[in-house]
Design a binder for this molecule. Structure first.
Ligand code: TYD
Ligand code: MG
Length: 485
């Protein structure tokens, strides 16, 4: 009897498969990377995983079976608090069991620190496994000591001290070893630091390729879905380029968090870090987590309302306006700074990395059109104090105020907060939760508030008095009121 073919050739760089040997991989273009592999070995992983995933909805013959939607367990209430309020909020109310969370950010931003702190503080009695492919166990221990997570001298101990005893460390990046440890330890929270170090010999010899990352992550995700655990995958993402790797994992995980930092040049006095969700199957994506990095790790900023304001005595300089913005469920005030200088070339440009430059250009164009402000031969620089990125539309009125003030050299009145969206027709449009913004501004000593006539449909408790509140309908109206009183 003729023996069936049992070998294929697999690229050790990208995982591409060919029925016969080739000198160069047609997929990734690498030379001499095709290696003979047995078919059973190559397929077993994928088959195993797909069988596992569908196990609950399969009949005894292994054929997938449909179930009425109402018969499915919604897995509600299956959350574990990470013990870190800011992280819980960004996650949508805690760590969802059976979920995979990708935590991306530049090297050195504090991903390992955040997750080690969360591992120590998480409100669970189960075991926690920290898989370190980058640092030695000793290094992780040193960090834990620095953070005061282990029972040590009284003065160096944080409130989570002692809880960190249940964290177990494994320094390996080989998927097969990790799988064996998972089956033995059965942790409830798994932290993989980092996903770029994972590898499985089944996918080739080179760790860190996109295929290695995808394959290994998929196996680990399947494990947590089955075992009622949660998985954190740390991914290094750099501004210029290497984003392609971890990006390919985004569709496989339930939640994608990005950790970012202000640059020191932006005027923030504190070393603040921001945590945002860019995808969340179990919550909203507009919550913002704020931390400061200190000597003993990350500290939560529970009340950020004044973190992004610069305290000044007396008059404001031109080009500065205070905006009352909403980030997720929280309202705070931020200082918007604008600067206009004669353009260096024949084209004027917008330099803004904290507020979308498309939004800045649109607001500038609205001012040119409706207030005849000459901007076409000027470069425009926009910054936000404290280096926070603002994505909220309610910032537009303050942005208009700051640009107008910068270009004309007239300062805005002090202790004045603004909120409102601008339409291209120069109208000031309603924004969400206007009264919350007014109340927050007042509580911080802003006596005057400029905003649209009403909020956008949401019913809110009416304000007791309307002292100092200016309800305006157009940007022209707002600028006239702001700069002539
Ligand atoms: P780390 O968590 O290692 O970053 P990542 O895992 O994202 O690469 O954080 C490293 C930086 O944080 C490093 O520059 C040192 C600093 N750091 C502190 O300032 N205080 C601390 O308590 C710790 C643990 C780190
Ligand atoms: Mg790290």
């Amino acid at each position: 009897m003729k023996k069936s073919k049992t070998c294929i050739f697999k690229c050790s760089s990208c995982g591409h498969e060919e029925p016969k040997w080739l000198g160069r991989c047609p997929e990734c273009g690498e030379w001499n990377t095709l290696i003979e592999t047995s078919i059973s070995g190559a397929l077993s992983g994928a088959l195993r995983t797909s069988a596992r995933r569908g196990s609950a909805t399969k009949t005894e013959q292994g054929i997938p079976r449909s179930l009425p939607l109402s018969a499915i367990d919604p897995q509600e209430g299956n959350r574990v608090s990470s013990g870190i309020g800011e992280l819980d909020r960004v996650l949508g109310g805690g760590i969802m069991k059976r979920s995979a969370i990708l935590v991306g950010g530049e090297p050195g931003i504090g991903k390992s620190t955040l997750l080690l702190q969360a591992a120590a503080a998480a409100e669970t009695t189960g075991r926690i496994l920290y898989i370190s492919g980058e640092e030695s166990a000793g290094q992780v221990r040193m960090r834990a000591d620095r953070l005061g997570l282990l029972a040590g001298p009284e003065d160096n101990r944080s409130k989570q001290a002692g809880q960190a005893e249940r964290i177990e460390i494994v320094c390996s990046a080989r998927l097969e070893d990790i799988s064996a440890i998972l089956d033995a330890v059965k942790p409830v929270i798994i932290i993989v630091d980092s996903v770029q170090t994972l590898f499985s010999p089944e996918i080739g010899l080179v760790p860190g390729t996109v295929n290695q990352m995808k394959y290994c992550s998929f196996e680990l995700i399947s494990w947590v879905k089955e075992h009622d655990a949660a998985l954190f995958l740390v991914a290094h993402v750099t501004k210029d380029g290497i984003i392609a790797g971890p990006k390919t994992l985004e569709h496989m995980v339930d939640t994608v968090l990005y950790f970012e930092q202000n640059d020191q040049a932006s005027g923030g006095s504190l070393d603040s870090r921001f945590l945002r969700a860019s995808k969340n199957r179990f919550g909203s994506v507009d919550e913002l987590g704020i931390f400061t990095m200190g000597e003993k790790g990350l500290k939560e900023v529970k009340d950020p309302s004044t973190l992004f304001l610069i305290q000044r005595e007396g008059e404001l300089p031109p080009g500065v306006a205070a905006a009352a913005v909403l980030e997720g469920s929280r309202c705070f005030l931020v200082e918007i700074q604008a600067l206009t200088v004669p353009a260096k070339g024949s084209l004027s440009r917008v330099y803004s990395d904290r507020i979308d430059s498309g939004r800045v250009s649109r607001v500038a164009a609205t001012l040119e059109k409706h207030l005849k402000l000459r901007l076409q031969d000027h470069d425009l620089y926009i910054n936000v104090a404290g280096g926070i990125r603002i994505n909220e539309v309610g910032v537009e009125l303050a942005l208009a105020g700051a640009i107008y003030s910068a270009r004309t050299g007239l300062a805005l009145p002090s202790q004045t907060a603004l909120a409102g969206e601008l339409s291209l027709a120069g109208e000031v449009r309603p924004v969400r939760r206007l009264n919350t913004r007014i109340k927050t501004s007042r509580s911080l000593g802003f006596g005057r508030f400029f905003g649209p006539g009403a909020d956008s449909g949401e019913t809110e408790a009416a304000l007791a008095d309307s002292d100092g509140i200016h309800r305006i309908t157009s940007v022209k109206n707002a600028i006239t009121l702001l700069f002539t009183q």
